[in-house]
Ligand binder design. Structure first.
Ligand code: GAP
Length: 445
């Protein structure tokens, strides 16, 4: 089984991610996050916000509309240039992205292809009620433009001074020709971005570009992604997007056979986040198309200018997928059995702990376990399981990535303590119920 198949299967089995609209046969390129997936994804977005907005004094946040005036997309260049080369098989009529094909014959039937033509990725939609007067517009193809059209609003309504950034997290939509690789290439997905405005000088702006590259890769390291699984890849001049002056991707090493060995050589490096130097492309184009003055007045130098933009643009779904892949571990236990465990960083784990009454048919145990669960729930997401034996409950929580399991047994009724089992080491220790919160707070840092 490939690592993609293993993660897809685990995600469905445990309630991380399901195919979109599954009972109707699915809708290609869409995915639904289940009870565990929504927590993992929310934790990733919260960590992004904490690191990029809350803990900094030079970044503010924003949440712009998904549907914007169609003029935005004209100005940003998306209507003209946001496309991929498409070919169609003359025999079976299946469509493919020309730049992703390995041969000049159709992989499905061996037929010949048409000449490639550019296919625009923007998803169209219509607003308004009167037939004939409906406004044709688009679901945003990137969350970026919502920030740039508000550049003036932010500088006029807050005390920000250059250099400063605006962060945003939200949905984007692309009519991808070949969605696939589980959630890797979807038609609806989420992005977490920073647009950082700096003085328009190339040397100074490149220092900020380097700074943000290191910040962003460091964020993934700090949340536990293995260093050997991350690298930078520079875009060659002919690969640069229409707005970019320089670009690096942060790539993740997908080890296709599911091997987690850092030395395995069957690695496919996949884009997870982009760091882009956008020059003054966006503010200049919006100034040109809206006729609104987008210049910034520099109090120090008394000059007006259009700022340069350094962008960090990460995919929340790709980060979720790669955090899952990175954490996925198959281990041989002392008794010879194999266990699958998600060694997620505690900050990302959907549940921080699970509480079990040793036996479901002993009301005293269930009552005490229930009160411990309710108490801990004031601080963290806490799972509950009373089915099957303890071994099975541990296996289920290992696959969910829950760092600690807390068992209430008969001794607990006498001694006011519980057994706490560590997900990674499988070590168990007795902890006083009164000290559980501080014990977990320390371990979950
Ligand atoms: N604002 C710049 C921008 O959108 P991008 O490289 O097109 O740049 C940024 O996208 C990130 O968004 C990618 O690195 C990836 O993580 C995510 N992304 C892009 N297309 C995606 C898709 N079809 N499905 C899932 N994630 C996607």
């Amino acid at each position: 089984m490939s690592i993609f198949e293993k993660i897809t299967s685990l995600a469905k089995r445990r309630g991380f991610i399901y195919p979109g609209s599954e009972i109707y046969g699915g809708l290609a390129g869409t995915w639904d996050y289940g009870p565990l997936g929504v927590e993992l994804k929310r934790n990733i977005k919260n960590e992004f916000w904490k690191h990029m907005v809350q803990e900094r004094s030079d970044v503010v946040g924003l949440d712009a509309a998904i549907v914007m005036s169609p003029k935005v997309w004209e100005a940003s260049g998306h209507l003209e240039s946001f496309s991929d080369p498409l070919v169609e098989c003359k025999k079976c009529h299946h469509r493919f992205r020309a730049d992703q094909l390995e041969s000049d014959k159709c992989p499905d039937c061996g037929g010949e292809f048409t000449e490639p033509k550019q296919f625009n990725l923007m998803v169209e939609t219509y607003l308004g009620v009167a037939e004939g007067e409906k406004l044709k517009t688009y679901l945003r193809g990137e969350i970026t433009q919502g920030v740039h059209v508000n550049f003036k609003n932010v500088t006029d309504s807050t005390r920000v001074k250059l250099p400063f950034g605006v962060a945003q997290v939200g949905k984007a939509f692309r009519n991808e020709i070949t969605p696939g690789g589980f959630t890797f290439r979807s038609r609806e997905f989420e992005q977490m971005e920073l647009q950082f405005y700096v003085k328009p000088d190339m040397e100074g702006s490149m220092k900020w570009f380097e700074y943000w590259k290191e910040e962003r890769i460091g964020w993934y390291h700090a949340l536990g992604m293995k260093k050997e699984n991350l690298r930078f890849k520079e875009h060659a001049k002919d690969e640069l997007a229409h707005y970019a002056r320089a670009a690096f991707d942060i790539e993740y090493a997908v080890r296709e056979n599911g091997s987690t060995s850092p030395t395995a050589d069957d690695v496919a490096w996949k884009e997870m986040e982009g760091v882009h130097h956008r020059g003054d492309w966006d503010v200049k184009r919006h100034q040109e198309f809206s006729k609104v003055d987008m210049t910034y007045f520099d109090e120090e130098t008394k000059e007006r200018y259009l700022p340069y933009i350094i962008e960090t643009s990460g995919g929340v779904d790709r980060a979720t997928l790669f955090f899952l892949m990175d954490a996925y571990t198959e281990e041989q236990m002392a008794n010879g059995e194999e266990r699958i465990v998600l060694k997620l960083h505690p900050k990302l784990a959907p549940f921080k702990a699970a509480v079990f009454p040793l036996l479901a048919n002993k009301p005293d145990l269930v009552r005490l376990a229930g009160s411990i669960r309710d108490d801990l729930k004031q601080l963290w997401m806490i799972a509950w399981d009373e089915r099957g034996n303890i071994g099975k409950r541990y296996r289920a929580q290992d696959e969910a990535g829950t760092p600690f399991c807390i068992t209430v047994d008969f001794e607990s009724l006498e001694n006011n303590d519980v057994t706490v089992r560590d997900r990674d080491t499988m070590q168990q220790e007795r902890v006083k119920i009164a000290e559980l919160k501080s014990y977990l707070a320390e371990k979950l840092k």
